[in-house]
Design a protein around this ligand. Sequence first.
Ligand code: NAD
Ligand code: TDX
Length: 345
Amino acid sequence: MNATTVPPTLLVTGGAGFIGSNFVHLLAEQRPDARVVNLDALTYAGNLENLRELEGRANHVFVHGDICKSADVARALAACGKGPLQVVHFAAESHVDRSIQSGLPFVETNVVGTQVLLDACRARGVERFVHVSTDEVYGSLGTSGMFTEDTPLAPNSPYSASKAASDFLVRAAVHTHGFPACITRCSNNYGPYQFPEKLIPLMIANAGENKELPVYGDGMNVRDWLYVRDHCEAIQAVLERGRPGEVYNIGGHNEYPNLEIVRLILKLLGKPESLIRFVKDRPGHDRRYAIDASKMERELGWRPRYDFVTALPLTIRWYQSHPEWLQRVRSGAYRDYYAAQYGAR
Ligand code: NAD
Ligand code: TDX
């Protein structure tokens, strides 16, 4: 960068959620001078306490707003200023079980919200737009094979269907308008700040309180787990070096059946397997996901740095050393932190 080049501002949507907040922490560490504008609606999954350590940084701006509302997106873009802008789009309804209960919020945020954001960013002009999607858009695998970027989309849940729809909207913006977007499709993440409705933090939290660990069906569904820091570094690589219009699969070659993970967590916590409770299966439960991330490795030189054997104990230690965070999320008290700053709601 020469002396006259203005460093880009980053607009992050959903930066108060699990992966978004980890990404904002990574930016603070690796790009400490970058201006970061975080647009987040603070749904149940958004938690400003995830960003507590970054409070008071003049170059980190939080904008409370909804990506479905053009006026909120315009406010966030105004906060970005007029210089070069890069966008990383995390904001979404993200939990499969909730989408089975009610699909509409998923269509609103994941589909409508993504289109509102795309339109506003296109009108504003951006250097790069990274759309953070998921391996679940590819559907379910049998016992062999892996998802590549060319695997046809076959989503099975309202969540994954809404994410696939958003991927198509991004693709259409690239194809029709030459919009400079990349799409990433990552496997299951785990690590700090994950809302304890998802498998790994739920099991850690329940085991810590000697509560039952609900395993769906036979527990033999397989997910390909990636430590959240690796995912955030992959997104950085796509932001910096990804080719517009390309899809990048991100994964860790870290396939485990759910039951094995639950047993591992119990072992690491020194808790008995009698806490495991097999419960009714999730309707339409995808059997297996596995990601071929060789394009990321080949084109962008990205590789995961953590495997399950090191990062699962790290993750458990993080939850053990943040009992207050976990307790406040489990009790709902984390919402008070929001209310203190933005008024009761
Ligand atoms: P999360 O549910 O923890 O966080 C979502 C964030 O988006 C929250 O802060 C929430 O307040 C915000 N949000 C929701 N609706 C909004 C709206 N209408 N306007 C503005 N903000 C809104 O999700 P996550 O697990 O961090 O996932 C982030 C992204 O990564 C999602 O797009 C998800 O599909 C994708 N992804 C997640 C995983 C995973 O394992 N968690 C894996 C692959 C891809
Ligand atoms: O209590 C549980 N018991 C159980 O057996 C929960 C919450 C889950 N499970 C199973 C279902 C899945 O096979 O564990 C596996 C993982 O479940 P989730 O944590 O709900 O994740 P998943 O449905 O695989 O989706 C996740 O990965 C891809 C994220 O929630 C998505 O946002 C992401 O796109």
